[in-house]
Design a protein around this ligand. Structure first.
Ligand SMILES: *Cc1c(COP(=O)(O)O)cnc(C)c1O
Length: 365
């Protein structure tokens, strides 16, 4: 049996008629940028995330770049980021001239709140809380620390559409939530897309101006130097369809995860636990293994696809060589990069496929 690490066609097929009808509707409307679909999606997604405002943009990275710009991160300013997260987190900071200060993850593979304070300096401006793999950071501790040192909190929710912390949706707890609708995300579009959420009206207004060439109007009156970072009407329309099913789609992933939790039993495989206080929408089903590369090859020989999120931590990437980190500086992130593996987990994955993966995992010696 051949099993891909991810199969987006399966998810599409669950509601294909509705997507196809919406695509035709938007194409036939004759209006493709900043129209009714974006407006409606922003309203619906603000409601879903329990935020007052939502502003669409072109990608998750753009959302991060815009968020750090709006809170005033400039050259020389520092932002606390998690050392094992996706490199977009760091780029959102450095595109504004800021410096990411990397803090190691805890046993839930998320920013270790207890290690933040020792890295705060008089140049620290903000904490980026990345809700990695689908579960929430310890937002209670992060908000306490932010309050104590007068820092802003940006939440990277690109892997957390529907994640909650003590019952409250992420993306509305800190100052700004940044979202990606890249096709593989739990709320994935059919191309690139992103959004920002906030309860701050001034921020929301600034997001709208920055994403549209620095203009409050649709065209030709530019108050500041902005970006072209708009969510397309077509994407917004399709995301509105998927948003209706998001909780259902998340539930399906949770069911697959629960089965893996229950039935995978192998001393070389340690499934990532979920932090008490958070739910887990399982953007990825991540395991740690002391023999990760062997396990990955073995699964590949059995036609089971897996992915490593992420094989090289940002501080060891060429792009960030100038920050001066070297191997051994962030040992937990470096170890996790050698241990983590994301198992096949997608909407529309059949029981038989799950059984096959579980059997193969259990017979790995
Ligand atoms: C996907 C992702 C991003 C970037 O989103 P894009 O839409 O691909 O730019 C940022 N942060 C995290 C944690 C992500 O997973």
């Amino acid at each position: 049996m051949k099993i891909a690490a991810n199969d987006l066609k399966r998810q599409h097929d669950l509601h294909a008629e509705e997507y196809n009808a919406k695509a035709v509707e938007v194409l036939d409307s004759g209006w493709y940028i900043l129209g009714k679909e974006v407006k409606e999606f922003e309203k619906e997604f603000a409601e879903y995330t329990e935020s007052k405002y939502c502003v669409g943009c072109a990608s998750g990275l753009d959302a991060l770049q815009i968020a750090f710009r709006v809170i005033g991160v400039h050259e020389g300013d520092e932002v606390i980021v998690c050392s094992n997260a996706y490199i977009a987190c760091d780029m959102g900071v450095t595109l504004n001239g800021g410096t990411p200060v990397m803090v190691e993850p805890d046993e839930y593979d998320n920013l270790d709140a207890e290690k933040i304070e020792e890295r705060i300096t008089d140049r620290t401006k903000a904490i980026l809380a990345v809700h990695l793999y689908g579960q929430s950071c310890n937002m209670t501790r992060i908000m306490e620390i932010a309050k104590k040192y007068d820092l802003k909190v940006i939440e990277d929710c690109a892997q957390a559409h529907g994640t909650t912390w003590n019952g409250r949706k992420v993306g509305s707890i800190g100052d700004i939530g940044c979202w990606s609708f890249y096709p593989t995300k739990n709320l994935g579009g059919f191309g690139d897309g992103g959004a920002l959420t906030t309860n701050n009206e001034t921020y929301a207004e600034e997001f709208r101006v920055i994403r549209n060439y620095g203009s409050k109007k649709l065209h030709y009156e530019n108050d500041i130097i902005g970006m072209n970072s708009r969510l397309d009407e077509l994407q917004a329309g399709l995301l509105r369809v998927k948003l209706k099913y998001l909780d259902e789609l998340n539930e399906e992933r949770m069911k697959i995860a629960a089965r893996y939790d229950r039935e995978v039993s192998n001393p070389h495989i340690r499934p990532l636990q979920t932090r008490p206080g958070s739910n887990n929408i399982y953007h990825q089903y991540v395991i740690h293994s002391d023999r990760r590369d062997e396990l990955m090859n073995y699964l590949k020989e059995n036609e089971i696809g897996t992915i490593i999120h992420y094989p090289i931590p940002p501080h060891l990437q060429k792009a960030y060589a100038y920050l001066g980190y070297k191997e051994g500086d962030l040992p937990i992130a470096e170890r996790y990069a050698k241990e983590v593996l994301s198992l096949p987990m997608y909407n529309g994955m059949t029981q038989e496929e799950q059984t096959y993966v579980i059997e193969k995992l259990n017979s790995f010696k």
